[in-house]
Design a binder for this molecule. Structure first.
Ligand code: CO
Length: 135
């Protein structure tokens, strides 16, 4: 597959209200927007360094994947997202290689990207997201 760049780093936070000001005002990374991704049960607060974004992820409900992650591992880096040229080709390639892909059909994520995730057990322990930019 063709990885184009690191698209974003996803960071699980307990509270955007408490944790976003560091990214916004201390690091002074440009804020792109805040978006609710209902299906994933998160509010994502997106910052852009100009060469890769930071996405702060706050859980919307107790049974969301981010809530489960924070319960188990605590707040912190949750996933790394790479932009790919063609997500369907990437998924086929991974499945053929015996890698555990979490969404076999890509889903629509924040900012309209088509996304899937690779299970950490196939990557050395890191949740990896692949995303294709919307046209
Ligand atoms: Co992400």
């Amino acid at each position: 597959m063709k990885i184009k760049r690191i698209e974003h780093i996803g960071i699980a936070v307990k509270s955007l209200e408490n944790d976003a000001p560091f990214w916004k005002h201390v690091l002074n990374i440009s804020h792109r927007g805040t978006e609710i991704v209902e299906r994933e049960g998160v509010t994502t607060d997106i910052y852009d360094t100009g060469s890769g974004k930071v996405e702060l992820l706050e859980s919307l409900r107790d049974d969301s994947p981010i809530a489960a992650f924070i319960d188990k591992r605590g707040a912190g880096v949750h996933h790394i997202c790479f932009e790919v040229e063609n997500i369907h080709d990437a998924i086929t390639e991974l499945i053929d290689a015996g890698i555990e892909v979490i969404y076999k059909e890509p889903r629509k994520g924040a900012e309209g990207f088509l996304v899937t995730f690779i299970h950490p057990k196939s990557t050395g322990g890191v949740l990896v997201e692949l995303a294709q930019k919307p046209d």
